[in-house]
Design a protein around this ligand. Structure first.
Ligand code: HEC
Length: 398
């Protein structure tokens, strides 16, 4: 029996991460919707109530009430929403370490950009997470905090600048994943360092019979608002490792700006809609930016250099290249120490599978240029062009 714990650990942690993420974002979306949907009822103001809402769900009726500051006395049982956020961050960080740091040579390092050791790459990645939080938190504590729009715009530009810089030192995939991890870290730290402690101070003041400091609530609310707008972009980045046409694009940082903006505008549409202020212009603008970004992606993607090839690419040449650059991983029994089974189920020792996957091979080798993984075998541009030419010939035959 052969048993390797790593792939299973990876699966378990990823499963946990997705579940915790759904719980976090689900409850966060619910509270944003609730907050925006509360309507003041008659007699509310005497009771210190800001508004309430009736809802029906799963066969039951619910009546939610929001207090302007807090109720007169503390209830015996008060639920705090925090473990959803903490579990998402902890499992996400574990996954980052398992995949991108322990196998930095495969997923994080791109030798064509910078020849880093695993330790150097991991240190750089961790440094980026801490740096991101320090910059963001500094902005929120500076006078900028009085201007939400300016702060938001500056933080957006900072993130794109970091994406640009990270893409100079890491693989496209590793760079995009780190921008996602920076945003995720900022969101979780907002909960851990600002929102929950401020809520605790408010509760403590009330129990001591003192008036809570409204600045605490305002700071928490601002961080919560930022988290709300960062949700859709971070979800896109976290799933982007399935889309080499995005992270493998040389201008992936610009695509990130476009997709991120589109996500924030769409979120804005929903935020307003909850308040019965339906403005389809935001939805249309979000969709348009998404489409323009895709159009930009297709003109800016790596193309293979046709002029490098003099003759038609024959299958025998392609097979030689695949034997040199691919089959240590893509074989029924890979010889590469990092793999026990063919990645993506793709066995490239088999001619039928090679031909059947011509289009996928073209995308991975010539467009996104992410195979061979980590370019461990230093595949040259000319070799990529030969594979590209052959793949296009295969396509033309169909
Ligand atoms: C070091 C190991 C390694 C080498 C070498 C390698 N691959 Fe891969 N390949 C992977 C892994 C791992 C995946 C799974 C993708 C992921 O997890 O992102 C993959 C996935 C793929 C996919 C499927 C992508 C998809 O989901 O559509 C294709 C196609 C592919 N590789 C082609 C190649 C070709 C062609 C070569 C040689 C030029 C090559 N690979 C070399 C590890 C390798």
């Amino acid at each position: 029996m052969e048993f390797d714990i790593m792939p299973w650990l990876n699966m378990a942690v990823r499963w946990l991460h997705v579940i915790a993420g759904i719980a976090w974002i689900g409850s966060s979306f619910y509270f944003i919707w609730l907050d925006n949907s509360l309507r003041p009822q008659k007699g509310d103001s005497e009771k210190g109530v800001a508004g309430s809402l009736w809802a029906v769900h799963g066969g039951g009726f619910y009546h939610k009430t929001k207090y302007r500051v807090a109720p007169d006395h503390m209830p015996d049982h008060l639920h705090w929403f925090k473990w959803e956020a903490y579990t998402t961050w902890l499992s996400g960080f574990a996954l980052l370490v398992l995949m991108y740091y322990l196998s930095a040579d495969l997923y994080l390092v791109d030798r064509a950009k910078l020849d880093l050791t695993n330790i150097q790459a991991s240190a750089l990645g961790l440094g980026a997470l801490i740096f991101g939080w320090l910059v963001y938190d500094g902005m929120c504590r500076s006078p900028l905090r009085k201007n939400d729009a300016l702060l938001g715009a500056l933080w957006f530009v900072t993130l794109i600048a970091m994406a640009f810089a990270l893409n100079k030192v890491f693989s496209g995939r590793g760079a995009m994943m780190h921008v996602g991890a920076i945003i995720g870290t900022v969101m979780a730290a907002n909960v851990f360092i600002i929102i929950i402690p401020n809520q605790r101070k408010t509760v403590a003041a009330m129990l001591a019979g003192k008036a809570p400091d409204p600045a605490l609530g305002l700071a928490a609310k601002q961080r919560s608002l930022h988290n709300n707008y960062m949700t859709l972009p971070v979800l896109l980045i976290m799933t982007s490792n399935h889309y080499p046409l995005f992270f493998g694009n040389p201008y992936n940082w610009a695509l990130l700006a476009g997709f991120g903006l589109s996500g924030m505008i769409i979120r804005h549409f929903f935020n307003r809609r909850h308040k019965d202020d339906v403005r389809y212009i935001y939805l249309v603008a979000g969709a348009l930016i998404f489409i323009v970004t895709i159009a930009f992606a297709s003109v800016s993607q790596n193309g293979f250099v046709a002029k490098n090839i003099k003759s038609e690419a024959d299958f025998a040449t392609v097979k030689t290249l695949i034997n040199t650059h691919c089959i240590m991983c893509h074989a029924a029994r890979p010889s590469h120490e990092g793999f026990d089974a063919p990645p993506a189920g793709l066995v490239l020792t088999d001619d039928v599978q090679i031909r059947a996957n011509a289009a996928r091979i073209y995308e991975q080798v010539a467009v996104a240029k992410i195979m061979p993984l980590g370019n461990e075998t230093a595949m040259s541009e000319d070799e990529r062009a030969i594979i590209a030419r052959w793949a296009l010939q295969e396509k033309a035959k169909k």
